[in-house]
Design a protein around this ligand. Structure first.
Ligand code: FAD
Ligand code: NAP
Length: 338
């Protein structure tokens, strides 16, 4: 295993931000990960786990170890009449895993097509899109503690999944390396086409009876036409989470702002579109130097070339403050700041 010193992370994060890791290494197996983590050089230094780099904001150089996870492999671990369990190495590309399932007609993950990043990062924020969240098909994960090297299994309850959230973004932040994740897929899936433009897209594709494959294809088409491509303009997807209000708070808010869309959640809560709030404050398409807000989706902050992480963070703070001042709603960052 090669350990690099003073290694640039620019090509390893989708914002395209330049930051240097004091130490950098790739691990391809749990054994390699253990061997690396036993090294005393980073005993008193921070250790960060890097996946596909599509949900991080690098605000400066990192004085410690950055461990890039390259643990591969997808296998079917059990098959029943109604469901199939598969296990994927945490370093597997997320969309490759979706394709593995879609190709075999295993249902469940098709609405999560084309989300960038790796399998191991999926549970960190309980990735979600088009009305489906990872937790719905999650069975368990295996993780290695970065300091005491214990191997721990987390079932769904232990992960404490929430809206774009889990225990790994809260009290266990930066404490574990997720090694593998087990999912349960459906042989007879109930397809979810009621969200956004999926139905219209299926119609324009000439699909009468949708399948796992055609729903995946529809999601891919919508995403490709709407979301800024990080290879064209650096970004990390949604920068903020959609705020969740109580039903009463939402009712009051809607009385003052009748055009706001609210999406009822469980337990008397209503989700408000953060993109709408930001747009109302006039930020959509805004640009200062190379830092800006995507013209097609106000929730996405963009590095047009040479912006620094601090410039992006500064812009994000001003956006958050203006939304707070105008609407009294505090938006929380979805992106992980390093
Ligand atoms: P990274 O950015 O590398 O890491 C994110 C966090 O997870 C970091 O804190 C890191 O330390 C931790 N981490 C990563 N791997 C591991 C591991 N093996 N063990 C422990 N910790 C780990 N997200 C959605 O939920 N839905 C979407 O629809 C969506 N669309 C996106 C579209 C675009 C264009 C972009 C750029 C991003 C989008 N995202 C979306 C955000 C992002 O793709 C996901 O959050 C993804 O899961 C991040 O994966 P990653 O491997 O790139 O993680
Ligand atoms: P969109 O479909 O234009 O919707 C705008 C917002 O309204 C979304 O944030 C979505 O919440 C909410 N919404 C729309 N229809 C809804 C419904 N029927 N029920 C509940 N909520 C609804 O959003 P988009 O930007 O094109 O993204 C499409 C999907 O991809 C969304 O699910 C989004 O979360 C996901 N995505 C996520 C990221 C990321 O980085 N996290 C980046 C790109 C896209 P939700 O976000 O809760 O779904």
């Amino acid at each position: 295993m090669q350990i690099q010193e003073h290694s640039s992370l620019r090509s390893l994060n989708t914002f395209g931000l330049d930051a240097v890791a004091r130490y950098f290494a790739r691990v391809h197996s749990p054994e390699e990960a253990r061997e690396l983590l036993m090294d005393s050089r980073w005993r008193d230094l921070p250790i960060r786990v890097l996946g596909g780099g599509s949900n991080i904001l690098l605000t400066g150089d990192l004085d410690g170890l950055v461990l890039r996870n390259d643990l591969g492999g997808i296998s079917i671990v059990s098959e029943g009449p109604d469901s199939i369990d598969i296990r994927a190495g945490a370093g597997v590309n997320w969309h490759s895993l979706v394709n593995f399932c879609v190709y075999r007609n295993f249902g469940g993950l098709e609405n999560l097509s084309l989300i960038p990043g790796q399998v191991g990062a999926g549970p960190i924020q309980n990735i979600g899109a088009y009305g489906v969240e990872l937790q719905e098909h999650f069975v368990e994960l295996e993780a290695l503690h970065l300091r005491d090297l214990t191997l721990v299994r987390f079932d769904r309850e232990a992960c404490r999944f929430g809206y774009r959230d889990s225990i790994f973004k809260q009290e266990l932040r930066d404490q574990f390396l997720i090694l593998s994740v087990r999912f349960r897929l459906d042989r007879h899936p109930v397809l979810r086409t009621g969200y956004g433009a999926i139905v219209q897209e299926l119609e324009s594709m000439g699909v009468g009876e949708p399948s796992v494959q055609t729903v995946s294809e529809a999601v891919i088409r919508i995403r490709s036409s709407k979301l800024p491509d990080p290879s064209q303009a650096g970004n990390a997807g949604s920068f903020f989470k959609n705020p969740v209000l109580s039903t009463e708070e939402f009712r009051q808010f809607q009385a003052e702002h009748p055009l706001v869309a609210g999406f009822p959640q469980q337990a008397g809560q209503v989700k408000v579109s953060a993109g709408w709030l930001i747009e109302q404050c006039g930020w959509k398409g805004y640009r200062e130097g190379d830092a800006g807000v995507a013209p097609t989706q106000a929730l996405v902050l963009v590095n047009y070339g040479k912006a620094s992480g601090l410039q992006i963070a500064g812009l994000a703070e001003r956006i958050r403050d203006s939304v707070l001042q105008r609407f009294g709603i505090l938006m929380e960052r979805e992106v992980n700041t390093w």
